[in-house]
Design a protein around this ligand. Structure first.
Ligand code: GDP
Length: 443
């Protein structure tokens, strides 16, 4: 997501950073580069113009040029203006009181509407809601079966009347059903078209009049760039949108759509979708500040923590803390930690969220998942006794483990050696923690 834009902006700031004091010309030159980087990322040109003007005005001010850390001041200004551009704050989904909350998803065909319906249902169920999915895309029979299959997979009910009923009727009947069965949220997957056309717009208006959805979310494909922004403008004129969801942010989209849509239409982005799979890792609540930080290579620790919290196993963590505080971390614990981390998502995604490590996230060799698999294979080939007491892993044991894991004796030796170093470090930390402040609390 935003990799090339992120690279280019960081290069501009690095160059500025190498200069020490900054003159007005330095700032103007840097802004020229920023402008190019944004245009190349397919950000709307009017948006770029305004953005660069705002940043320049602040950056050539005395406060920056006279400051001891001028280039950091410039980054701070760009960061803040990016946040403003993206909408300042997250705008959460509204809830209807009394319920059920009706969410209508609209958008062109193939943008990922049906997939998003399922992701959103999963997201809301995690928050304790009873969700009903509604198949109102009657023109594409596969859309109904696709939604039903996703519903079965997630164990979320799908309301459907086949392809013969009219979508406004389906929506109204679904809402009646939801009221009777005490569902909290109704998500309507409406029909898409290849192009915007009048019958589609009329149908959406009819659905709107019948069920009064409190949320009218437009699903747009980030890969379509400026076209996505134009589509958003048109939909917003007919169905007053309450939010936009950007899909396919995992693709090689240059990101311009996400950066322009709010500024052009005034409609907030509410979610980003980042993959074909429907699971807890591929739908992100949109936070302007976090995205701005990620674009500028400052990481996104908050999103990482949120993800971790969702998957956090409190029992396991407590056990681990106790063992750590006694300096007892062994290969068994190491394996557990690896598994916990894996649940967070692909290694590359995780690293990219940590400040300062986003460059590292592109180092394929270092982050090779195969390397992690080899480490796992080596640990799996150890006996329980060896996992508990790595110091007994000597000559013939190393050979056996290498054979068992399909690796080499050197690799086994290296892992054992590194692990023992880590153990020593942890023991030191643990003993310090026992004596002073800031230690690890075993309870
Ligand atoms: P609809 O026609 O708008 O209902 O779109 P679908 O939900 O059927 O999605 C169209 C295609 O896009 C499918 O192949 C999906 O797997 C894919 N897709 C949906 N969301 C994403 C996403 O966030 N990332 C990627 N890479 N693919 C997606």
């Amino acid at each position: 997501m935003f990799e090339s834009l992120s690279d280019r902006l960081q290069a501009v700031f690095q160059k500025l950073g190498s200069k020490g004091r900054l003159t007005e010309d330095d700032v103007r030159e840097a802004m020229k580069q920023v402008r190019l980087a944004l245009l190349e990322a397919d950000v709307n040109f009017r948006v770029v113009k305004e953005f660069v003007a705002k940043v320049t005005e602040q950056a050539i001010g005395e406060e920056v040029t006279k400051s001891l850390t001028p280039h950091q001041q410039v980054i701070k200004i760009v960061h803040q203006e990016l946040i403003n551009l993206l909408g300042t704050e997250n705008v959460p989904l509204q809830e209807a009181r009394p319920g059920p909350t009706v969410i209508m998803l609209v958008g062109l065909q193939g943008t990922g509407k049906t997939t998003l319906a399922a992701k959103l249902a999963l997201h809301l169920r995690k928050k304790g809601k009873r969700v009903l999915l509604v198949a109102a895309d009657v023109y594409r029979p596969a859309a109904i079966t696709q939604l039903q299959a996703l519903g079965r997979q997630l164990n979320i009910p799908v309301y459907s009347e086949g392809t013969q009923a009219s979508p406004p009727d389906i929506a109204e009947h679904a809402l009646e059903h939801a009221r009777k069965e005490l569902f909290n949220v109704v998500i309507i997957d409406t029909a898409g078209r290849l192009q915007i056309d009048e019958p589609l717009m009329q149908e959406l208006e009819q659905i709107e009049n019948r069920v009064h959805p409190i949320e009218r979310l437009l699903v747009v494909d980030a890969m379509t760039g400026q076209e996505a922004v134009r589509v958003a403008e048109t939909f917003n004129q007919r169905v007053k949108l309450t939010g936009v969801v950007m899909t396919k942010m995992d693709g090689d989209a240059r990101g311009g759509a996400a950066l322009s849509v709010r500024a052009v239409t005034g409609v907030p982005i509410k979610f980003l979708s980042t993959g074909e799979k429907v699971d807890g890792n591929t739908l992100e609540v949109f936070h302007p500040d976090r995205l701005a930080s990620r674009i500028l290579g400052m990481g996104d620790v908050l999103s990482l923590i949120e993800r971790a919290e969702q998957l956090y196993d409190a029992e396991q963590a407590k056990k681990m803390q106790k063992r750590l505080s006694k300096g007892e971390f062994d290969f068994e614990d190491f394996l557990n930690s690896l598994h916990q981390m894996r649940k967070l998502g692909p290694l590359q995604q995780i690293i990219a969220m940590i400040p300062g490590l986003n460059q590292l996230a592109r180092n394929e060799e270092l982050l090779d998942e195969r390397h992690v698999k080899r480490v796992e294979a080596i640990i799996y080939s150890m006996t329980p006794e060896e996992r508990r007491r790595p110091e007994i892993i000597k000559g013939s044991r190393r050979e056996r483990i290498a054979r068992g894991s399909g690796t080499s004796v050197q690799e086994v030796s290296q892992l054992v050696k590194q692990f023992q170093q880590m153990q020593r470090m942890m023991k030191q930390l643990a003993s310090k923690g026992g004596k002073g402040r800031g230690g690890i609390d075993p309870n």
